[in-house]
Design a protein around this ligand. Structure first.
Ligand SMILES: Nc1ncnc2c1ncn2[C@@H]1O[C@H](COP(=O)(O)OP(=O)(O)O)[C@@H](O)[C@H]1O
Ligand SMILES: [Mg+2]
Length: 286
């Protein structure tokens, strides 16, 4: 069963000549239990797509089905409830409330759901144990390292037992070791049957994914399935092409290489509407 089905979705910011086309007739179907890595240069529409799927934003055009229900035109309250019950978010910058303890931060999503305080804290404590932070429950966010903070944020994303986890550059602020810990954790969550969508700039991390999509200028330019534990073919070829021992240079080089790789899809039909929108984008960029 497809958990997510997006058809010809476009997202425009602004109006008329000043409009930016953040998503340009994107279609994608995601099955339950997939682990998607989403790559692409900055400004290519990755966050916009994640916000759309996470029900934080609506498409300007097109249809979006979540669990086979059309959510594109659903009312605000219903969307909020659906989001709360089904989706967990993890961001690059953690988004922890500084005046609440780690335990309270993790329990917060349950408060919006009307769960009693005792039950909230018990559940929060259980997920903190799952991410290996039992001994940090009563710490405040500023007392945690970046890696611990992201693990706490993952616990918060899991507290509602969502079926979809959306992680927008979850390791963007982390060192190599914390990145590994966070990725192992996401991998474990994936192996329990959850669907994970992860935006990343680090091609090496696509190894954890079962599918990689690459975005450019608001479109998905390629989409490749790959076995978990293996690098997708394109990333593998890019890695072989970029030979440098320095980790950061290698990641940047591989990203550039991927960017330059030709797209597989046939050029999409250009409708009048489309042409108009493309010229709107060019104008904003110049
Ligand atoms: N709230 C917004 N208002 C106006 N433009 C936006 C907004 N959010 C994103 N954009 C524009 O949409 C495009 C895609 O942005 P985004 O989805 O954030 O890209 P990415 O996450 O791939 O870096 C960019 O050109 C960006 O400037
Ligand atoms: Mg982004």
């Amino acid at each position: 069963m497809s958990v997510i089905k997006i058809e010809d979705v476009s997202k425009l910011f602004g109006f008329g000549d000043a409009a930016t086309v953040a998503l340009d007739e994107v279609s994608v179907t995601i099955e339950k239990g997939e682990f998607l890595a989403i790559m692409g240069p900055s400004g290519s529409g990755k966050t916009t797509l994640m916000n759309m799927i996470g029900l934080l934003d609506r498409p300007t055009y097109g249809q979006f089905m979540l669990d086979e229900k059309d959510v594109s035109k659903m009312r605000v309250n219903k969307r909020a409830k659906l989001r709360r019950d089904n989706i967990g978010f993890i961001f690059q910058s953690f988004h922890m409330l500084p005046k609440l303890s780690v335990l309270e931060n993790v329990a917060l999503p349950l408060a919006y759901k009307g769960v009693s305080q005792t039950k909230r804290l018990k559940r929060a404590s259980a997920v903190l144990e799952q991410v290996g932070l039992s001994d940090r429950e009563y710490f405040y966010p500023h007392q945690l390292s970046g890696g611990q903070m992201q693990r706490a944020a993952i616990a918060r994303a899991l507290v509602n037992s969502p079926s979809i986890i959306i992680a927008d550059e979850p390791t963007g602020n982390l060192d190599t070791e914390s990145t590994r810990v966070v990725m192992e954790l996401l991998s474990e969550i994936h192996s329990m049957g959850n669907t994970i969508l992860m935006v990343t700039h680090n091609p090496i991390l696509t190894r954890y994914a079962s599918r990689i999509i690459y975005m450019r200028d608001g479109s998905i330019v390629y989409d490749e399935a790959s076995d978990v534990g293996q690098l997708p073919g394109r990333v593998e070829r890019a890695l072989q092409a970029v030979r440098t021992s320095r980790e950061e240079e290698r990641i940047a080089g591989v990203s550039d290489y991927l960017k330059a790789m030709p797209q597989k899809k046939s050029p999409k039909r250009t409708t009048t509407k489309n042409k108009k929108r493309h010229s709107a984008k060019r104008r904003t960029k110049s």
